[in-house]
Every structure is written in structure tokens, then in C-alpha cells.
Design a protein around this ligand. Structure first.
Ligand code: FAD
Length: 487
């Protein structure tokens, strides 16, 4: 019998298992699917025979816990850091003119000045619009959470008199990618989190971190090896049916095949809408379980395209003012052997287009969406205009992330549940972060801290945020006065 049973092999369950194994606690990890990774996973595309990710997953420099998790388990080597973004200017009425590509990178200056030149290079905003944007960023950084409680970000932007162009070409572009919601369905606090942690607080916060291998190779491959070599029993295809409770304590889990497994402590790391089904009826209407179904969710769509030739050499690009929001060049650099064999379509010339906040897209015929995306790419890159589409598919994750609506924070439970030996983990629990891999890992670490404490091991597992520079603490005013000093 293990000390702890972790239910759910997404990033929250994985982070809990890793942290507990490091604390010397024995763990059994139960996952219903045949692979680990949860919402961050891959599947085999029948046409190409390749393992492809359900959707490109991006981390950032400010994701300190996710990065620590990757470092601790040795999977960090399978990520690359990108210190330059490419913003493709919105389409213009002059169809013959190709849109400008604005390079976005940091200068060797302390935050928040590090990105000043990058903002100035956004050629599709006028000088007045850039000034309005700077004013808006400063106001957001200084905003106090009690003053904006219940307010949505669209209303806040209107109050700040942000020009329509700045809203549509900047605030919308960044926030919809980060939170997958329209601005009227985003709390001011959630928007502040994205801009302050990502772009303003520390000069490395905005840097993009991308996996160089399919997600399945990371989590089902490398991470499973780490877990098993550190004594974690990983059981796939082991769906849990329910938790068995006696005297308000969990004594065992019952698997779908009827098997019962006991432990002293339990971490429930499944999506929020599944939680109540694991509990006896008398718990369904007790807080926090009674509120979990009120957490709304938003869909994300990914369009996967295989061309007969490269359509751009850029590794990724943010597409402004279009249906396509972010392009990722997932083409494998061909090896000598690949070049001598015909392996088309394979992962050569493979591109992923991400469409967050995809409610409207999800209702449209897939062929129509794919055609619109391809037409957009052809209008941007001359190589794309000549390329032939060999294969395509679109995937919509309907409940991809929870919606950070005003008031949604009140629905997110702490990791310590009202049942003493049951922890909740998942990006939807109280982490201070939106639904991200970072949020999921934070929840796993926080749950593991509580479990370790119950075994008499006071271990700090949660990692600190990136430090905030003195200049920034002054610039951001009260909001960040408590932050750690020095950069
Ligand atoms: C399309 C898409 C794009 C995204 N893009 C990004 C991105 O770019 N960057 C980013 O940071 N985040 C992104 N996210 C969000 C990120 O994937 C999630 O926040 C994170 O993976 C959530 O992890 P989790 O462990 O909380 O939940 P999940 O990944 O949902 O894990 C829950 C696990 O529980 C298992 N489970 C369920 N029921 C049972 C049962 N009865 N018994 C046993 N196991 C069970 C599930 O199979 C699953 O493995 C994206 C999500 C989606 C869907």
C-alpha cells in the first residue's frame, strides 16, 4: 500500500507525484487514459502516422513552477526558449501589399523598459495609439484588485479610454491567446496577471518556452521513466469510479473494474466537472463542491496543416486581426535519411494554427475554417501562396480552460478540501493563475505540501515568482510592493 494515491495524470497530478516522491513519500498514480499529460497530450494522426499534439502548448519565463518541475525531472532539455516574437500586421485593403512582420524582443534594460522598443516597433499602431497603450499598461499595473472586483476587462478598457485599434490589435490579441476568452468575459485581475507577470515585472517573464518533442514523449515517455525510477507506481487505464469514505475520511478508491486501493492520503487531480461524481451524495451540496459546476469553460481550436513545401522560415508568428491567431512552425528539420526517402507528408512542412476563444469556430464546418486559415497564410507569405496543402485536420477542445470571468476566483477551491485527507489539484483550484500548465503544476505542488505536512515533513515546494526590479516596484506603485527585490 502506498502512502498517497494521486488520481489523474495531468500536469497537476504529475507535479504532486513528483514533489511527493522527492519528499520521500510513496505514491501510486492512477490515470484513466492509456497516456499521461491530460489536456497537454498527443495522439497519432492516422494519415501521417506521426504523433501530434492536441494543441501547441506554450510556457513563458514567468512560469517558475512549471520550469522547476521540468528541471527537477530532467525534461527541461526537451524545451527551447524563444527570445523573439513576430507580430504579423493586420490585413489592409491593399490586397497586393504583404503585411509587415514586426519583430518583438527585449533590450538590455531593466523591466519595464526592456520591451519599450518592441512596443514602438508595432508599426500597425500610430504614435497616439502607442502612447495610449503605454498609459493603459501603467494604469493596469497600478490597479488594485479591490477597486476592480466584479468588473470585466472590456469595461475597464472603455473607462481608460483605450482606442478601438489598441483594443483590437493589442489587448485582444494578447489576452485571447493567454486566457481564451473575449475581453467582456475576463476579469481585470486576470488581465493584470497576464500583463504584469508576462510583460512588465521581470525582463525574462515574456520569453516563450516551447517543447521540441511531442507532449506525449515528454509526459508519457521521459516523465514516466523519472517517476518509476523514483518509486512512483504509475497505473494507466486505471479509471477511478469513486472515493470510499468512512467517518468523513477517504479510506480507499474504487476503480472502474471494482478493484479497491487504500492509502493514507489522496490527491484528486481530475477536471473540476468530474469531482462531485467521485464523492458520496451527502458531499455534493457542501462547499466548495457545490460551486464547481459554476466554473464556466472556453474552447480552443487548433488547425493542423501539412504543405508540400515550407511556407515560412519563421518558427512562430502572432497573426493580428485575423481568424488565425498564432502560427507555430512544427516542421521537423529533415535528417540526411529523411532527405533521401520520400516521407511526405510526415512532420515536414507541418504547421499548427491556434484559435483561442473558439466558440464561433466550433459551430462552423471544419472545411470552411481550414480554407479560411489557409487563405490567410497565403496572403501573408509568398511561399504559402505557391504551396499545395497535402493534409489537414482541425481539433476543438470544447472545455479547454476555465473562463476567468469576474467572480470566478470565488468558485475556485483551496487544495485542502473539507475532507481532511483529501487534496484537490488542478488548474481550476486556487493558484492565483489562469488555466495553464503553470497553474496546474502550482496546484500539484500546493497539494503535495499539504500531504507532506500530514506526514510531518514541512517542505516548501511552491517556487517563488521571478523577482521584480526596484524600478518596477516604484513604477507599479502599491500593487507589487510586497514582491521580492532585485533582478
Ligand atoms: C487546446 C488546449 C490548449 C492549451 N494551451 C495551453 C498553453 O499554450 N499553455 C498553457 O500553459 N496551458 C495551455 N492549456 C491548458 C493546460 O493544458 C491545462 O491548464 C493543464 O494541462 C491542466 O492540467 P490538469 O492536471 O489540471 O488537468 P488535466 O490535464 O485535465 O488532467 C486531468 C487528468 O485526470 C484524468 N482523469 C479524469 N477522470 C479520471 C478518472 N476517473 N480516473 C483517473 N484519471 C482520471 C484525465 O484523463 C486527465 O489525465 C491548453 C489546454 C488546451 C485544452
Amino acid at each position: 500500500m502506498s502512502d498517497v494515491i494521486v488520481i489523474g495524470g495531468g500536469l497537476a497530478g504529475l507535479a504532486s507525484s513528483v514533489a511527493l516522491a522527492q519528499a520521500g513519500v510513496t505514491v501510486t498514480l492512477l490515470e484513466s487514459r492509456p497516456r499521461l499529460g491530460g489536456r497537454a497530450s498527443s495522439f497519432e494522426d492516422a494519415a501521417t502516422g506521426e504523433l501530434i499534439d492536441n494543441c501547441q502548448h506554450v510556457a513563458m519565463g514567468c512560469c517558475t513552477n512549471f520550469r522547476h518541475f521540468c528541471r527537477a525531472t530532467g525534461i527541461e532539455a526537451s524545451f527551447r526558449s524563444e527570445r523573439e516574437l513576430f507580430f504579423v500586421a493586420p490585413p489592409t485593403l491593399e490586397l497586393s501589399v504583404r503585411p509587415r512582420i514586426c519583430r518583438f524582443s527585449a533590450m538590455p534594460l531593466p523591466a519595464p523598459l526592456h520591451l519599450a522598443a518592441a512596443f514602438l516597433r508595432l508599426s500597425y499602431l500610430s504614435w497616439q495609439e502607442k502612447l495610449a497603450l503605454a498609459r493603459g499598461l501603467k494604469a493596469l499595473a497600478r490597479e488594485r484588485s479591490d477597486a476592480t472586483r466584479g468588473k470585466n476587462f472590456a469595461d475597464w478598457l472603455a473607462e481608460q479610454r483605450q482606442p478601438t485599434n489598441v483594443i483590437e490589435r493589442f489587448w485582444w490579441v494578447v489576452l485571447v491567446s493567454a486566457l481564451s476568452e473575449s475581453l467582456d468575459r475576463v476579469s481585470v485581475a486576470a488581465a493584470q496577471k497576464v500583463f504584469v507577470d508576462g510583460f512588465l515585472a521581470n525582463r525574462h517573464g515574456w520569453e516563450v518556452w516551447l517543447p521540441t518533442v511531442p507532449l506525449d514523449e515528454l509526459y508519457s515517455g521521459q516523465l514516466t521513466q523519472w517517476l518509476t525510477s523514483h518509486g512512483v507506481e504509475v497505473r494507466l487505464k486505471s479509471g477511478v469510479e469513486r472515493l470510499v469514505l468512512e467517518n468523513d475520511r477517504v479510506t480507499a478508491v474504487e476503480l472502474r473494474n471494482g478493484e479497491r486501493l487504500s492509502a493514507q492520503q489522496f490527491v484528486l487531480a481530475v477536471p473540476q466537472h468530474r469531482v462531485r461524481s467521485f464523492l458520496p451524495d451527502e458531499w455534493h451540496n457542501k462547499p466548495p463542491f457545490d460551486r464547481l459546476d459554476q466554473l464556466e469553460t472556453a474552447p480552443i481550436a487548433s488547425v493542423h496543416l501539412w504543405f508540400d513545401r515550407p511556407i515560412t522560415q519563421l518558427p512562430h508568428a502572432v497573426l493580428v486581426g485575423r481568424l488565425s491567431q498564432w502560427m507555430f512552425n512544427r516542421s521537423k528539420v529533415p535528417s540526411e535519411t529523411d532527405l533521401t526517402q520520400s516521407s511526405e507528408p510526415g512532420t515536414r512542412n507541418y504547421f499548427q494554427i491556434i484559435i483561442s476563444n473558439a466558440r464561433e469556430v466550433a459551430k462552423r464546418p471544419q472545411a470552411e475554417v481550414i480554407a479560411e486559415v489557409v487563405a490567410e497564410l497565403k496572403a501573408i507569405w509568398p511561399e504559402a501562396a505557391l504551396a499545395e496543402l497535402r493534409h489537414s485536420r482541425m481539433i476543438v477542445e470544447h472545455t479547454a480552460v476555465f473562463s476567468p470571468l469576474p467572480g470566478s476566483e470565488d468558485l475556485r477551491p483551496a487544495q485542502q478540501s473539507p475532507i481532511a485527507n483529501l487534496q484537490l489539484a488542478g488548474d481550476w483550484t486556487q493558484t492565483g493563475w489562469p488555466a495553464t500548465m503553470e497553474g496546474a503544476v502550482r496546484s500539484g505542488f500546493l497539494a503535495a505540501e499539504n500531504v507532506a505536512r500530514s506526514f510531518g515533513r514541512e517542505t516548501r515546494m511552491l517556487q517563488p515568482d521571478l523577482p521584480v526590479s526596484w524600478l518596477n516596484r516604484w513604477w507599479m506603485g502599491r500593487v507589487r510592493l510586497s514582491a521580492t527585490a532585485g533582478e
